[in-house]
Design a binder for this molecule. Structure first.
Ligand SMILES: Cc1cc2nc3c(=O)[nH]c(=O)nc-3n(C[C@H](O)[C@H](O)[C@H](O)COP(=O)(O)O)c2cc1C
Length: 144
């Protein structure tokens, strides 16, 4: 059974909510998912031991949050090539963060990326819950 690490960077909690729904979707497909706040990741050894990685950040001022930038530099040294990957994030109008995270995981880490980056204004409206769980299920299928 595959195991995924879901890491979120949030200011007001929307991206955390999406992280938990993505993790639910992963578990629906029989894979394991561990969800952590990005503040708990200190060194590349904190990234060791998973088959898949799903990184999420809210967008502020057209960018991913600062801790996610640091995580992506750690990820460069963490040996993630070929592992299953995905990205997500809450946004208001432009939502750059998930795309930039996804492209780094794909082009620099050479990960096996799932679908497209998941961008949601909120998980609680307009089918957001189903979309987040569905993205998790797609990741879970690759891991199971
Ligand atoms: C000061 C500020 C700047 C923001 N800048 C952007 C932005 O550039 N693009 C965007 O899509 N959303 C922007 N937002 C909206 C947030 O991404 C949105 O509120 C999101 O749900 C926050 O997610 P979080 O609860 O995980 O922190 C901004 C919000 C604030 C308060």
């Amino acid at each position: 059974m595959g195991k995924a690490l879901v890491v979120y960077a949030t200011r007001t909690g929307e991206t955390e909510e999406i992280a938990n729904l993505v993790a639910e979707g992963i578990r629906m497909e029989g894979a394991e998912a561990v969800v952590v706040n990005i503040t708990t990741i200190k060194t590349e050894s904190d990234l060791a031991g998973y088959d898949g990685y799903v990184f999420g950040s809210a967008t502020y001022h057209g960018e991913m949050m600062q801790p996610m930038k640091k995580l992506l530099f750690l990820g460069e040294k963490a040996g993630l090539e070929g592992k299953v990957g995905g990205s997500f994030g809450a946004f208001g109008w432009s939502g750059e963060a998930p795309d930039r995270i996804f492209n780094t995981m794909k082009n620099i880490f050479k990960m096996n990326m799932v679908g497209d980056p998941l961008r949601l204004k909120t998980a609680s409206l307009g089918g957001g819950k189903q979309m987040a769980q569905g993205y998790g299920r797609d990741i879970g299928k690759k891991l199971a």
